[in-house]
Design a protein around this ligand. Structure first.
Ligand SMILES: [Zn+2]
Length: 302
């Protein structure tokens, strides 16, 4: 990463002692040789009044399904603060991990599950790759083909597809890949005893259920989508998968964590990379050339 001055975007930077902070220890300070301004690296926890460990603990407790009230009592912070952190880091990571998408897979398993919350039904459309366990999730209010098509488009491009007995997928897959492909590479297992079963996605459904059960689901479609997106990032990039012994993103060769042994260090590494990327020279250059508003994730725009 190329470090630039945060005031004048100059590249002539020298080290300039260390700064003593209350929550983050001693951090390196830099000086610009052109405008003589001094600044520090932003690792994603600047201007926070709580320690880095508290923030990471709150995020992790939230993503594994604990209620805001439990987290606020457990860590001794206001529950609005926890939710604000969650939204801030979910947006940051969403934009960053968008580039690490798996493109191809040998077998894709697809399914949907419904969660009843506050009197309304929510459907979670999920797909998982057999080789890397890379998951894609979409939240919707109704069960229509539109979302099956969207899920297929956002998932890695498969050589074969397996779904359960639902008829919604057949037409969608035929429309997407053509009739010949549909006849040869699409497996629809209606019975549990089928040779090619859909157990991988049923296991993922159980994981999603267990991680959303304590909070009794989502309070609305907008925050629900952010929560599910954060869960997807957690599943793909942070949580160590028991079967493959690493995160799905590492298995797919999308990202490498240097010396990150546990979930907390992976989350911290990802936040640091995302923050530094948002302020990097290349991002600023692209923003200046394109003059575009920041891109929102495809499933999240309403
Ligand atoms: Zn400068």
């Amino acid at each position: 990463m190329m470090r630039i001055c945060i005031y004048c975007e100059s590249k002539y930077i020298v080290k300039f002692g260390r700064r003593k902070t209350k929550e983050r220890g001693r951090i390196q300070r830099y000086q610009c040789k052109e405008c003589h301004g001094t600044f520090c690296d932003d690792e994603g926890f600047k201007w926070k009044h709580k320690s880095v460990k508290t923030i990471l603990d709150a995020l992790e407790l939230f993503v594994i399904g604990n209620t805001l009230r439990f987290i606020s009592q457990f860590l001794g912070i206001a529950k609005e603060t926890v939710f604000r952190w969650f939204l801030e880091y979910a947006r940051l990571l969403d934009k960053y991990v968008e580039r690490f998408r798996q493109n191809f897979t040998d077998m894709l398993h697809m399914d949907e599950l419904f969660l009843k919350m506050c009197g309304t039904f929510y459907y979670v459309w999920a797909s998982i790759c057999r080789d890397t366990r890379f998951a894609t999730m979409i939240l919707s209010r109704d069960r229509t083909k539109k979302y099956a098509y969207q899920l297929l488009n956002e998932s890695p491009s498969p050589l074969e597809v397996t779904t359960d007995g639902a008829f919604a997928y057949g037409g969608v897959i035929r429309r997407r890949f053509g009739h010949w492909w549909y006849r040869h590479n699409y497996h629809r297992c209606a019975n549990f005893e089928d040779k090619k079963n859909n157990n991988l996605i049923e296991r993922l459904n159980n994981t999603i259920r267990s991680l959303t059960h304590k909070r009794r689901g989502y309070r609305g479609i907008v925050t629900g989508r952010w929560e599910l997106r954060f869960l997807e990032i957690y599943y793909n990039f942070i949580r160590r998968h028991m079967t493959i012994g690493m995160t799905p993103a590492e298995k797919a060769g999308l990202i490498e964590y240097y010396g990150c042994k546990n979930e907390e260090s992976r989350l911290r590494y990802l936040i640091k990379q995302a923050t530094q990327d948002a302020y990097s020279y290349l991002t600023l250059l692209i923003n200046r050339i394109c003059r575009q508003s920041p891109r929102v994730h495809r499933t999240l725009d309403l």
